[in-house]
Design a binder for this molecule. Structure first.
Ligand code: SIN
Length: 282
């Protein structure tokens, strides 16, 4: 098994590993260590069945069930489906989800620790997923900005994002009640490596607490643009059978467009149970 860097500073590809076969304890240790230290883990050519995808994900952490239950369309509720495909005229997955820079479930009091996405049907062009390293984004900020934002908190709103992104298919009353707005530090400490990470996001992060609406919007615009500067970003070009696992505590990601009139995309995601972000100043 080889571990190959994908980007200076974060992200690795694991090669020479057959996840469908027997994986030695030493290899599992190396995989989980890479997941916890590198932010993004890519394993190509896996083609796991649904049970295999869940079993692999469970090696990385406990799984949780997505609030959008209409997209849990496999026999396994742990799998959240992202797709433009229809079955009997009904969507089998969420389509055009995640096209804003975000980290998964930041709108929860205990956001997802990580996510494991398996590419099952991947368009030959478009539909890449971009990942940005929030440690690097934090570390590249100038001292004055770091000092200013270190104590700040931001409000994350799933309903606010969802209403804007999908006005034609709003959250149900139950889903809305399950996802009230939450407040998180703007800078968090990763419990595994102790480094600080910027904790922002487009659309879901509604405002910075305690600032005027204008100052909050300007600060968020600046931080969101900075956070995804090219030098912090890895672009994943999907091949069928890929597994990409990422740490939501120190990365953001964004899905990108594809020609959905020409291609079907089918992705299965599992989501690792959450933990409360540790504020930088704790
Ligand atoms: C996600 O936001 O979790 C999915 C990203 C993608 O579909 O590329």
């Amino acid at each position: 098994m080889q571990i190959i860097p994908l980007h200076p500073g974060f992200g690795v590809e694991i090669r020479g590993l057959d996840l469908a076969g027997t994986v030695s304890d030493a290899d599992w240790s190396a995989i989980t260590a890479a997941f916890h230290s590198k932010g993004v883990l890519v394993i190509r050519g896996c083609s796991l069945d649904e049970a295999g995808h869940i079993a692999f994900s469970r090696r990385l952490g406990e799984l949780q069930i997505h609030v959008l239950t209409q997209f849990l369309t496999t026999p396994h509720p742990e799998i959240y489906v992202l797709s433009n495909a229809l079955r009997e005229g009904k969507p089998i997955g969420n389509h055009k989800e995640g096209m804003n820079w975000h980290s998964d479930w930041s709108y929860r009091a205990e956001p997802a620790v990580g996510s494991v996405l398996h590419g099952r049907i991947c368009p030959p062009e478009g539909a890449d997923t971009l990942f940005a390293c929030m440690h690097q984004a934090w570390e590249a900020l100038d001292d004055a900005t770091q000092a200013r934002i270190l104590p700040l908190q931001a409000i994350h709103s799933y309903a606010g994002y969802y209403d804007r992104a999908f006005p034609d298919r709003p959250l149900t009353a139950e889903q809305r009640a399950a996802t009230p707005d939450v407040t998180h530090p703007l800078v968090r400490r990763h419990p595994g490596n102790g480094r600080l990470a910027l904790y922002v996001g487009r659309e879901v992060v509604k405002e910075i607490a305690g600032l005027s609406p204008e100052d909050s919007a300007a600060m968020l615009d600046m931080l969101n643009a900075h956070a995804v500067s090219e030098q912090f970003v890895y672009r994943h070009r999907w091949q069928e059978g890929d597994i990409v696992a990422w740490d939501n505590r120190n990365t953001m990601h964004q899905a990108t467009e594809y020609d959905d009139t020409k291609y079907i995309r089918l992705m299965h995601r599992t989501t690792l149970a959450g933990e409360r972000p540790i504020p930088a100043l704790a």
